[in-house]
Design a protein around this ligand. Structure first.
Ligand code: ZN
Ligand code: ZN
Length: 367
């Protein structure tokens, strides 16, 4: 890895290209000859949203496990109506809350029979649902900035809570919107999984930043934002607090990354002002995505530095927390699953141009 992040654009507008992410080494194929006609609209896969007996709707608080956090601007009792955002344990959790020591993998004996018997750890962790608004067929970006800010405040408060829990090494906040992005409930929600382990992608990012610092004496994210801003074409928005851009080695068409302008590794250390400003920016980005791509399925996820775990060697140098937004215009196919590489038909320079065109003004308007 050289001292300067090399994000050179290709001159040839038709030839496919392998690109490698400078931080994670993730390889993608930018296959512009396969490009969709830019900005074709895709039908939502959640076009009808019957509320039926949706457990996330206001008034059905008893249908979820008791809440662990909520924002009620007018006050009110736990698990009552009147909330803006509500966080509850997942009723069907991937992991279970456990007590006792932090599990860690043992050294392999090399005997395959042992591996198949013993290479397992108790599935302890926390799995929570952040219900993003009380009404069924809506989402925070259809409300105002205050609603969006409340969602990003809820993320921070839950991460602060997990940071105080012994044995939790990492947490991922993520959103699945639309069935093809993995959502099982149409009511707008996101999720948080907090674990005693560090997931491989996060570890690669943390270690990549540390390595970059050791080899070059420079902070990776600071250097990356400098490189992206001097290239310019992939920047979607730069506010006083954040930069949003389409990554050089985007895995998905219209993939986006949002990162704070100040050095900040942990999202749980974000200020009230940053949380509000992030909500306002994300609301506009979600509106732009609606305007540009229709109600497309998408994921986003938050990568943040360690939560004070004995498993983790302090905060990685030059790492900044960031949100990665991945519209899901196409499902993951055999090549992606089989190779760990991605084929992306929309070059990020082109994607950023489209994002900019559809970005609403920062004036509080809702569309
Ligand atoms: Zn609902
Ligand atoms: Zn990341």
């Amino acid at each position: 890895m050289g001292g300067k992040i090399d994000l050179k654009p290709t001159d040839d507008r038709s030839h496919p290209e392998y690109r490698r992410d400078p931080l994670t080494g993730q390889i993608v194929i930018i296959a512009r000859q396969r490009a969709h006609r830019p900005m074709s609209r895709f039908p939502s896969d959640d076009e009808d949203l019957p509320s039926g007996d949706c457990p996330f709707c206001e008034g059905r608080e008893t249908m979820t496990p008791p809440e662990v956090f909520a924002i009620r601007p007018e006050g009110g009792a736990r698990d009552s109506v009147g909330w803006q955002v509500r966080v509850v344990p997942n009723k069907y959790p991937a992991l279970m809350v456990g007590a006792g020591e932090t599990p860690s993998w043992s050294e392999h004996s090399g005997h395959l029979g042992d591996l198949l018997q013993d290479d397992a750890l108790p599935g302890v962790g926390h799995h929570e649902v952040v219900i993003e608004c009380p009404d069924h067929a809506s989402s925070y970006h259809r409300h105002g900035d205050a609603q969006a800010g409340a969602v990003f405040l809820a993320y921070r408060e839950r991460l602060r809570c997990f940071a105080r829990k012994e044995g939790i090494a990492s947490a991922i906040v993520f959103k699945n919107s639309g069935r093809s992005a993995g959502a099982s409930q149409p009511h707008a929600h996101s999720q948080i999984i907090a674990m005693p382990l560090v997931p491989p992608i996060l570890e690669r990012e943390w270690r990549g930043c540390d390595d970059y610092w050791r080899e070059n004496g420079r902070h990776y994210f600071a250097n990356l934002l400098d490189a992206e801003r001097s290239h310019g074409e992939r920047i979607v928005e730069a506010t006083d607090d954040f930069v949003a851009w389409c990554p050089y080695a985007s895995r998905f068409p219209y993939e986006l990354c949002v990162c704070p302008r100040e050095e900040q590794a942990r999202y749980d250390e974000a200020s009230d002002h940053q949380v509000e400003a992030l909500g306002a920016l994300m609301r506009r980005l979600m509106l732009a995505m609606d305007n540009a791509l229709g109600s497309v399925a998408f994921n986003y996820f938050l990568h943040t530095a360690s939560l004070d775990s004995p498993n983790v060697d302090g905060v990685p140098a030059g790492f900044r927390w960031h949100l990665e937004i991945t519209p899901r215009l196409e499902g993951l196919a055999g090549f992606e699953i089989g190779s760990g590489m991605y084929i992306n038909p929309v070059p990020p320079d082109m994607a950023a141009r489209d994002w900019r065109r559809y970005m609403p003004a920062a004036d509080g308007a809702t569309s």
